[in-house]
Design a protein around this ligand. Structure first.
Ligand code: GLV
Length: 322
């Protein structure tokens, strides 16, 4: 029996690639740079399965180009806002993602970014490199304490919970907001439910862990920043679209909030001349929250298992259902 035909849209960690190659004929875009859209639309014609990244838009145009053989779209990411899931499901195309395995790695990075932003670590490193470390100065590079602070977690799913668990070790008071509060889970980490406006007003740090949906797009807008403390710090490791970046720039430059740490932006990559990159109180990372060698390998394998199950007509190990 001939093997199913699949496209992999980027170089992916070897364990995932090898797993797919055992079961499928693979057309691999063997590069770290994105496959051009026109090439992708050409390559997907008649395929059985697509293994994609969060940088590819999976919409009606692509599904039309692929045609009726397509059985599965498997993304090597937990987020799936780049995929028109209803359009896939309507056509009987299964969708898979990689939840669970990246929770702790992502939570580690969220806390690292929070600490780096609060304690002005990137700014300090830059200052040393510019030769500005002239002596020990009592107020130079003084930042905000994380220990004992109030941290507001917006979106209390797996990653929000894992961040709370870590911050307990810093004796933080943890507030959380989620449209579907899970107090039993929250009790395990001593997190207290708070309506969003109250959370924004009370928190020293607001950290975002929500999916990007029509409801959460620009959740952090001018009105939200106006509710925050002037000493507050925003951390975003979810999706750039959850933050209105123009409003954030205003809030950071007018002293409405103190600083921001962003692992995600709009667009990605953020152009090097973007105004946010000029601000010393804005720490920007290149969307690396799940980027540990081990976790990226696990994600690659789960995406492979989803793909193979889909092309073989079996239930996906990690399906996206809505
Ligand atoms: C990364 O952002 C992911 O969704 O896995």
């Amino acid at each position: 029996m001939s093997k199913p035909n699949v496209v992999i849209t980027r170089r992916v960690p070897r364990p995932g690639l090898e797993r797919v190659q055992e079961a499928c004929n693979v057309h691999l875009w063997d590069s770290d740079e994105p496959i051009p859209r026109a090439t992708l639309l050409e390559w997907v014609k008649g395929i059985d399965g697509l293994y994609c990244l969060l940088t590819e838009r999976i919409d009606d145009e692509l599904l039309d180009a692929a045609g009726p053989n397509l059985k599965v779209v498997s993304t090597i990411s937990v987020g799936y806002d780049h995929i028109d899931v209803p359009a896939c499901l309507r056509r009987g195309v299964a969708v898979g993602n990689t939840p669970g395995v990246l929770t702790d790695t992502t939570a580690d990075l969220a806390v690292a970014l929070l600490l780096a932003t609060a304690r002005r670590i990137p700014e300090s490193i830059d200052a040393i490199r510019r030769g500005e470390w002239t002596t020990w100065k009592p107020e130079w590079m003084a930042g905000q304490d994380v220990y004992g602070s109030t941290v507001g977690i917006v979106g209390f799913g797996r990653i929000g919970y894992a961040v709370a668990k870590r911050l307990r070790g810093f004796d933080c008071r943890i507030l959380y907001f989620d449209p579907f509060p899970n107090q039993k889970l929250a009790d395990e980490v001593g997190a207290i439910y708070s309506p969003l406006d109250d959370l924004l007003a009370a928190s020293d740090f607001v950290t975002l862990h929500t999916a990007l949906t029509p409801e959460t797009r620009h959740l952090m807008n001018a009105a939200a920043f106006a509710k925050m403390k002037p000493t507050a710090i925003l951390i975003n490791t979810s999706r750039g679209g959850v933050v209105d970046q123009d409003a954030l720039y205003q809030a950071l430059t007018t002293g409405q909030i103190l600083a921001a740490g962003l692992d995600v932006t709009v667009p990605e990559p953020l152009p090097v001349d973007h105004p946010l990159l000029k601000l010393p109180n804005c720490v920007v990372l290149p969307h690396i929250a799940s980027a540990s060698v081990a976790t990226r390998a696990k994600m690659a394998v789960i995406a492979a298992e989803n793909l193979i199950a889909g092309v073989e007509g079996r239930p996906l190990p990690c399906p996206v259902t809505a």
